[in-house]
Design a binder for this molecule. Structure first.
Ligand SMILES: [Zn+2]
Length: 324
């Protein structure tokens, strides 16, 4: 039945009397399940800078024996179970960060937008919940060109997601993926990576700023060499007021596995021995300098601290605080 506003109003007193609408659930009656999570953002300060961790979503997948090729899958399962990580299915998180330096609003990496699994693509909704509009982003810094980090720069139908922002990418990463000769010589299985980079960056190639390692790439944000995961993979150090935040990117995947066991190989690491050396170098630095750290693939809010322990490192997730 199509109830008009008039008839709904006319019926209201009777419905109210019956407890159907407009009245609180009486004590003792079943409250409806809400079935919805709080928005995925988490805010903290680094010196004078305001940082917002933003969740793009998760991907759930069966435990894949090929994911960590130098460790028997049963050992991986035990390590996950010992830390109460979900195993069937496993859960992979995708967290971007927005850094408000006071003069610039900088987004680091871009998630999937509408190019990924239905459990991803939540970055813009979580940004809105956090009080950030896409048009306010001045610069998007890219850590590397894997799809879960760059696909969100462009919607499936082609429109740029942050049309008013400058895009800045590591020069060595650009040189690797945008080299046509390398793409043409690559095995068929490697083509989607090259094609994906062209889909995202092709239409704006001349406008993408390419930066070098060791340089300040936005106010207070320095690009740090962390290759191994990819040829030009870059981490970032965000510094303000004597405080520093290390944005690891994918130099370590989930720290519960790869900080705890830095010599484990991730199937997606292009140069595995180099990835291990880079991971240890970054985690050593974070532990020695007691830096706050963000991992792209840590459980949300993906930020915390690292300490040295045995042959690896312990992960200490940040605690929620109502005070920023
Ligand atoms: Zn990634």
């Amino acid at each position: 039945m199509d109830m008009s506003r008039r008839s709904l109003l006319a019926a209201a007193p009777a419905l109210l009397a019956a407890g159907s609408i407009g009245s609180p659930t009486p004590a003792g009656a079943a409250a409806p399940m809400v079935g919805k999570q709080a928005p995925g953002f988490y805010r903290f300060k680094v010196g004078e800078f305001e940082v917002t961790a933003l969740l793009d979503g998760i991907v759930q997948a069966p435990l894949n024996p090929a994911r960590i090729p130098n460790v028997p899958v049963e050992e991986v399962r035990k390590a996950m179970e010992s830390q109460f990580m979900p195993v069937e299915p496993t859960v992979n998180y995708f967290t971007q960060i927005a850094v408000n330096t006071g003069s610039r609003l900088v987004l680091i990496d871009a998630g999937f937008a509408d190019n990924g699994a239905p459990t991803t693509g939540q970055l813009r909704a979580n940004m809105a919940a956090a009080g950030i509009q896409p048009g306010q982003i001045d610069t998007v810094l890219v850590s590397h060109f894997h799809g879960d980090h760059i696909n969100g720069l462009r919607l499936k139908e082609g429109a740029a997601t942050y049309a008013s922002a400058e895009i800045a990418a590591p020069a060595p990463e650009w040189d690797f993926w945008m080299d046509d000769a390398r793409m043409n010589n690559a095995p068929e299985a490697a083509r989607p990576g090259f094609n994906g980079a062209r889909r995202v960056f092709g239409p704006v190639a001349k406008d993408v700023r390419r930066f070098e390692w060791g340089k300040e790439v936005a106010p207070g944000i320095t690009a740090m060499r962390s290759d191994g995961h990819t040829a030009g993979h870059t981490s970032f150090v965000v510094s303000s007021g004597g405080k520093s935040l290390l944005v690891v990117g994918d130099a370590s995947n989930d720290p519960r596995l790869f900080a705890r066991n830095p010599e484990w190989h991730l199937s997606f690491d292009a140069d595995k021995p180099l990835a291990v050396a880079t991971r240890k170098r970054l985690l050593d630095m974070a532990a020695a300098e007691k830096m706050q750290v963000v991992f792209y693939h840590a459980a949300f809010p993906a930020t915390g601290f690292i300490s040295k322990s045995g042959n690896g490192y312990d992960w200490h997730p940040a605690s929620f605080s109502p005070v920023v």
